[in-house]
Design a protein around this ligand. Structure first.
Ligand SMILES: C[S@@+](CC[C@H](N)C(=O)[O-])C[C@H]1O[C@@H](n2cnc3c(N)ncnc32)[C@H](O)[C@@H]1O
Length: 292
């Protein structure tokens, strides 16, 4: 059954559309902004100590909205210090959006930007071929580890690139979110390929412990408004279904029994709360901080 469904990641245009729809219907970026406002200043308090330039590496920076929030916190913490911000991002479309955002944002004068159109493993291979390994003061991997084949090896590699007082910030869906339940219950009936894997902060915690890497974890509540998913023929709802199930055109191509089961479940308290006529799916996020 799963084989007849097509993974959303095989259609990049549809994926980007579904992701935009998810962002518009969730508190994902607001939740991250709250973290950047309340927790990040303490986390980055020492990353630039005694440094003439602060080097930041963004892995899977997307269209740059969250990256710029991080940069503004670093600027506030270390006024006037030059920042070298490099971005590893395989999507040309996302890079173009990021460049446009930078061009339209003020107060970025002390920041140098460089984009590398490649995946994290391509970056890793490129660095391994170099004689001298570049070290970084802050590395972030925000909602992107799902797309990495060997997560422990990737985290271990980027951990080895940390300079003195440097940190890594990883943001992933929380093990307490409804994503975990959805994947556990329906993952075997949804399209699987090697482009994306079901991983939550609980899995990452286990991997970090196995690697002996110390971390701190903060969980924040975020919700995704999935009300449109229950309105027949609603195009936004169709995009949200694709995002939830990581399936291309789920509404049109899913077997009716599978769709009916997921539809019923998503309205249950185990997955969502109902508030002011809306159905809110639990999209809680985990913020994992790793030290050098
Ligand atoms: C869900 S988006 C998150 C974007 C951004 N960090 C945010 O939170 O808004 C995931 C991003 O990771 C990028 N990506 C996918 N596979 C990747 C890989 N193997 N290495 C680096 N980035 C990757 C995608 O192109 C996309 O921009």
């Amino acid at each position: 059954m799963a084989s007849s469904l097509r993974s959303l990641f095989t259609d990049h245009g549809r994926y980007v559309e579904a992701f935009r729809s998810f962002l518009g219907n969730s508190t994902e970026h607001q939740c991250m902004q709250e973290f950047m406002d309340t927790k990040l200043p303490d986390i980055i308090a020492r990353i630039g100590d005694a440094k003439s330039e602060i080097k930041i590496l963004s892995i899977g920076g997307g269209a740059g909205e969250i990256d710029l929030q991080i940069l503004s916190k670093v600027q506030a913490q270390f006024p006037g210090v030059c920042i070298n911000n490099e971005i590893v991002e395989p999507s040309a479309e996302q890079i173009a959006k990021y460049k446009e955002l930078v061009a339209n944002t003020s107060n970025l004068e002390n920041i140098k930007f460089a984009w590398h159109k490649e995946t994290s493993s391509e970056y890793q291979n490129r660095m391994m071929d170099k004689k001298e390994i570049q070290k970084w003061d802050f590395i972030h991997m925000i909602q992107m580890l799902y797309y990495v084949k060997d997560i422990p090896a990737t985290v271990k590699f980027f951990h080895s690139l940390l300079a003195t007082n440097a940190k890594i910030l990883i943001i992933l869906v929380s093990g307490s979110s409804s994503w975990k339940k959805l994947w556990e219950k329906y993952g075997s009936r949804l399209p699987r390929d090697d482009l994306c894997q079901y991983v939550t902060s609980s899995d990452l915690t286990q991997m970090l412990e196995n690697l002996g890497i110390k971390y701190e974890c903060y969980d924040l509540l975020s919700t995704m408004d999935i009300t449109d998913c229950f309105i027949n023929g609603n195009e936004n709802g169709a995009l949200l279904w694709d995002f939830l199930t990581e399936t291309c055109n789920f509404c049109k191509t899913a077997p009716p029994d599978l769709k009916a089961e997921i539809m019923k479940d998503l309205q249950e308290p185990e997955f969502s709360v109902k508030k002011e006529g809306k159905v809110l799916f639990n999209n809680s996020l985990s913020f994992m901080v790793i030290e050098a």
